[in-house]
Design a protein around this ligand. Sequence first.
Ligand SMILES: [Fe+2]
Ligand SMILES: [Fe+2]
Length: 328
Amino acid sequence: MEAVVVESATHETPVPVARLTTTQRYARCIEASKRIRWDIERDVIRGRRFDFDKKFMPDRLSKVAELKFLRPSEMRFMSHVQGRSYANIFGLVERYIGAKTLELSKNYWFGDQVALEALVRFTDEELKHQEMFRRLERMAAAGMPAGYTFKLDPNEVAAAVLGKSTWAVLGLTLDIELFTQAHYRSSIEPDPNLSELWKDVFLFHWKEESQHAVMDELEWRRENARLTEAERDQGVTDLIGLVAAVDGIVQVQAKSDADYFILRAGPVYSASEQAAIRDVMLKAYRYQYIVSGVTEARFTEVLKAMVTPAQLDRIGSALAPIVAHVGH
Ligand SMILES: [Fe+2]
Ligand SMILES: [Fe+2]
């Protein structure tokens, strides 16, 4: 019977995902990973440079429309600053994600070799993505005024994240890998005013991230099933700690990016305009890196199935001030 299911899973009649075994779901990830696999130079960059006459970050994510006093060239510069940090922040989180995936692969060394292969490919893809984002940072630097700084160290952040429980780390990872896809589908892909290269980077990234989110969910559920009530409660505490850490990261980078923007955008902004720029930068980053992920239906569905209503309330209360700041 199993063979029949596998056969039909790869041909015309799709088998509902719920009916697949875990191994079959990992096998699908491998199959998709092989089919999609791309090369940084040959498929994504293709000898191109960024078009700085076009935007990077789409308006729907940058919240730039809230700054009514900006001229079009300043709005475009805002999108370049945010888009540059967006690529750097992905490169940053992929350091810990790759290391965690390698660590999880240990569970399968002498067991399910399909799951092992899927997790090794996942890690390999995150290493490639980090290389791509480093390459993009150099290309962005070449076309933008001096003074931009990326404030976070990937190894320091990874060490802090990996100090938390696996349950919490997998929750954060699923959140990140789901919002990556949501941003591409609902904001980046439909925007016709973006640099073709910047847009392609996130098209190709999205294609590989789709498999990662499937594996995050499988691993998170696996870890969840293993835990005692007390361990899961600690996981909830750790997840809240990780969200606070992400908020700390976005506050640092939003401040640095607002300083850079105010210095290099052109006009001399009044004190109230500067305050508005700082506020919108932080709101945008909180929306991009926290709120857009935790409000994804698939994330809340998986989370709700694991925690008690009281634990869900604890998470909700921790998020409430951030969600309130972002607004809609
Ligand atoms: Fe990635
Ligand atoms: Fe990923």
